[in-house]
Ligand binder design. Structure first.
Ligand SMILES: [Zn+2]
Length: 260
């Protein structure tokens, strides 16, 4: 290659790269909006007689959960993973008609013992947000059980190290809770968690910053709604399932609302 040919080559290479980077920046300008209910479950069990009103409100009996799953499948909903929602929001990857995401917070033992077999019977995937310091403790699933969820195609993701309020906290504290839990998950399962769930729904801009910085791609809140935006991946809205949420309630929660 002579000097002139080399220069032409170099210029075309540079312009090619330029076009590439223009394309990349155009890509990030694409704003996507997707409607997808993300259901928020906690306990899947009959609450004990001694349950306070919080525990009662967070508990859905297994037979009612079974009705939820049957309703979703019978009405043409397809359970998808948070990863699929992420790919749809960021890459435009198509989703099935009527997608729905089921999430279980806190890593309670009954999510494994009761919800998991019902999910499998209905061919539904789900995302389990675990609190790493609670694992192996009474009332919570074990690391071994969580790994069985993963083997079955479920997502096991980050819900912090000890479930504190993460709003108005110092960086070191946030790193310990968010990165510390991510490291524990990575050390046990061999993958870095991709999704975070704010404990008790509490967060601020610093929390988001650390969640993003530690490798997470999206985060779920307790804000109500089911519209998701590619420009707002760290404030995903969910639909809260209560003890009183029967099929009618579920149907009402999942119906499109004018307020969004
Ligand atoms: Zn929680």
């Amino acid at each position: 290659m002579n000097r002139r040919q080399f220069l032409t080559f170099a210029v075309s290479l540079a312009s090619g790269m330029l076009t590439g980077s223009h394309l990349a920046s155009a890509q990030t300008l694409v704003r996507r909006r997707i409607e997808c209910p993300i259901l928020m479950y906690h306990y899947i069990s009959t609450p004990p007689e001694t349950a306070d009103r919080y525990r009662l409100d967070l508990s859905l009996p297994p037979d009612r959960f079974e009705e939820h799953c049957a309703f979703l499948v019978d009405n043409g909903y397809t359970g998808i993973s948070l990863w699929q929602l992420h790919q749809a929001l960021t890459e435009g990857t198509p989703l099935p008609d009527k997608p729905v995401i089921l999430t279980f917070d806190d890593g309670y033992i009954d999510a494994f013992e009761n919800a998991f077999p019902i999910l499998q019977a209905h061919d539904l995937v789900a995302t389990f947000f675990i609190v790493t310091q609670f694992m192996d403790n009474p009332g919570y699933m074990t690391w071994g059980q969580a790994s069985r969820l993963i083997e079955a195609g479920m997502e096991v993701e980050n819900h912090s190290r000890s479930h504190p309020n993460l709003a108005e906290r110092e960086r070191d504290f946030l790193m310990r809770e968010i990165d510390g839990a991510a490291n524990a998950i990575e050390a046990t399962f061999g993958y870095r968690p991709r999704f975070f769930c704010y404990p008790a729904g509490r967060f601020d801009e610093n929390t988001i910053e650390i969640v993003r910085e530690t490798g997470h791609l999206m985060a779920t809140t307790t804000w109500d709604g089911m519209l998701h935006y590619s420009s707002d991946l760290f404030r995903l809205r969910r639909l809260r399932i209560r003890n009183s949420t029967g099929i009618n309630g579920l149907q009402w929660l999942m119906s499109p609302r004018a307020s969004e």
